[in-house]
Ligand binder design. Structure first.
Ligand code: ATP
Ligand code: MG
Length: 560
């Protein structure tokens, strides 16, 4: 619901503390809500970013405001248009659209002018020390830093040197521009922070125009200010940066954007660092950024997640002020909930056992009507072919069944979903005693849920017709890491030691023929088996299906 921002009587309760902050600023007279999502285009977005997207776009939406997309492209070495395109696609897929698309690099001229202004005010200087020397002389929390021998250069000299830095006269690392604040400041970030560094690198947007690039702390607040961002929302680790964010804005006397922090999302059995995810991709530990085992948005999409399930998850975990770790099971719960509503049902057998229905005519073929989605009548019905030979799941037969086993066993009768009652008459085994086939009879009067004498059976199992089903590669996914916290390793170990060797299990299955036309990515519930979708690797000659999620939360219990 959009709330008039000039109406100071907000009736809706805030949904989290950021929402509360916005309501407070509106109560104080703020007439706009303008947020931004500021990804660095150095990797693909992950589920943590999805949360930040939902917060930034969601809050703007709620208050009739706007959210900008701003690429924080201040580090040309690691950034690429490939990532820019992927980020835009992922935000759209999540169901959001930005008011304007900007790049920090759009503001390089303005940022440069502001740096010159700060030099003129005696608030910035060119330092000839190496970055290493600067680090070494910064001091510690308890020991003040040492002033640079270049700290007291004249304004003229600084202006001249800074311009020559821009003009490319100096090699990388030979000089930096620093803010002149206080080398004994209790906040280490105030000890003459670096504003610009020399980097002779081609930028994916500005090409070779620049060979000096602004640092995050110098760029971010000013970019927010240019866009008149009212609420600059970021993750907790930036709280120590906030005073510096404010300092630059204050010294420059520009639009006062404000920064607010929330706790980043962490998930069990998952890793969110882009640097590490990139490593997995580069080392071939996964099939790519969109490998369904990755926590990236494109991977979730490929795996069969819906945008609504990701948004619901972001809503469900809420916005915290303290770091915490969310159970991966919650994400799976959200996708299960949504798919239960939207996914059409199909029949597929992953671990087949052949059943021959001996009293069913060999040449006969019939079609049974199956309901596509019991949760959604508008999904309609489809026809499923039936014949004398079918596959059922191996698990749906037991030669020596325990009590209360209602599925198939010798002499026992079971309902075939949407079809007949069958009774197991004979068990065929190979030389080693493995069951390889069942001989059953069917009750011809029992089609479509009825029976000849009105008798009912407790067990209903799914099946596919042998001559009609098609074989597909099935990819079952398990968590990428074996430990809740992938960093939980013995001394000297690496997080990579915790990679789960069984994170992807490839098997084969027999699918009902209607699934041949399944569009890539469209979710289906394979009845009694789980949620699946056709993978991007799938072709008519070699169909591939991903398991999006199991029907029940199984691994969480087993692993705990
Ligand atoms: P990484 O450390 O994995 O490289 P990042 O924080 O550098 O991620 P950015 O592209 O700078 O990635 O992030 C864009 C926005 O998304 C930032 O506002 C950042 O705070 C937010 N964000 C990143 N990771 C998470 C997370 N795990 N949970 C919530 N928000 C996040
Ligand atoms: Mg970042």
């Amino acid at each position: 619901m959009a709330i008039e921002t000039n109406d100071t009587t907000i009736k809706e309760k805030p949904s989290n503390f950021l929402d509360e902050i916005i309501q407070e600023s509106i109560a104080k007279g703020e007439t706009r809500v303008q947020t931004r999502f500021p990804p660095e285009p150095n990797g693909y977005l992950h589920i943590g970013h999805a949360k930040s997207i939902c917060i930034n776009f969601g809050l703007a939406q709620k208050y009739g405001g706007k959210c900008n997309l701003r690429f924080d492209d201040t580090n040309p070495v690691k950034e690429d248009v490939e990532y820019v395109d992927a980020i835009k696609r992922d935000i759209h897929w999540l169901g959001f659209d930005w008011a304007i698309e900007r790049y920090a690099s759009d503001y390089f001229d303005q940022l440069y002018e502001w740096a010159v202004a700060l030099i003129k005010k005696g608030l910035a200087y060119v330092d000839d020390q190496t970055q290493e020397q600067i680090r070494e002389t910064r001091g510690t929390v308890t020991v003040p830093g040492k002033e640079s021998p270049w700290r007291n250069r004249s304004v003229e000299e600084n202006l001249d040197l800074f311009e020559r830095m821009k003009n490319g006269e100096f090699p990388d690392g030979s000089k930096v521009l620093r803010a002149k604040i206080d080398m004994a400041h209790p906040n280490m970030l105030f000890r003459d922070p670096i504003m610009y560094r020399i980097l002779h690198a081609e930028h994916h947007r500005t090409g070779n125009k620049w060979c000096i690039y602004p640092m995050y702390d110098y760029a971010h607040g000013q970019c927010d200010s240019i866009e008149q961002i009212t609420h600059s929302i970021c993750t907790l680790e930036f709280d120590v940066h906030r005073p510096l964010y404010d300092w630059f804005i204050e010294q420059l006397g520009i639009y006062p954007s404000h920064q607010y922090e929330f706790a980043r999302l962490n998930l069990t059995y998952t890793m969110m660092s882009k640097r590490r995810l990139l490593k997995l991709v580069q080392e071939g530990a996964v099939m790519g950024w969109d490998d369904p085992r990755m926590p990236t948005i494109c991977a979730l999409r490929r795996k069969g997640y819906t945008p609504a399930s990701v948004r619901n998850f972001a809503e469900m975990v809420g916005v915290a002020k303290r770091d915490n770790v969310i159970d991966l099971g919650k994400l799976e719960y959200c996708v299960r909930e949504d798919l239960n509503k939207v996914a059409e049902r199909r029949m597929a057998v992953l671990n087949p056992l052949k059943v021959v229905i001996t009293n069913y005519p060999e040449e006969k073929h019939e079609l049974f009507t199956a309901i596509n989605n019991p949760e959604d009548e508008s999904a309609g019905t489809r026809q499923v072919p039936f014949s004398r030979e079918i596959y059922i799941e191996r698990d749906d037969f037991m030669e020596v069944p325990p009590k209360k086993y209602y599925r198939l066993s010798p002499g026992n009768e079971v309902r075939l979903r949407y079809s007949y009652l069958i009774k197991c008459e004979e068990v065929i085994k190979d030389a080693e005693g493995n069951v390889i086939e069942l001989r059953c009879t069917y009750d011809p009067m029992s089609g479509n849920g009825s029976s000849s004498d009105g008798r009912r059976v407790k067990g209903v199992i799914h099946w596919v017709s042998v001559p009609d089903a098609f074989e597909a590669e099935i990819r079952l996914f398990n968590p990428l890491f074996t430990k809740e916290d992938p960093d939980d390793v013995p001394e000297g170990g690496s997080w990579e030691d915790n990679l789960n060797p069984d994170s992807m299990v490839v098997t084969r299955g027999y699918l009902e023929p209607s699934l041949k036309e399944a569009p890539i990515g469209q979710p289906f519930q394979f009845e009694r088996v789980g949620y699946f979708c056709a993978d991007t690797d799938s072709t008519p000659e070699h169909p591939v299906f991903n398991r999006t999620v199991t029907l029940k939360d199984s691994w969480a219990k087993i692993n705990k």
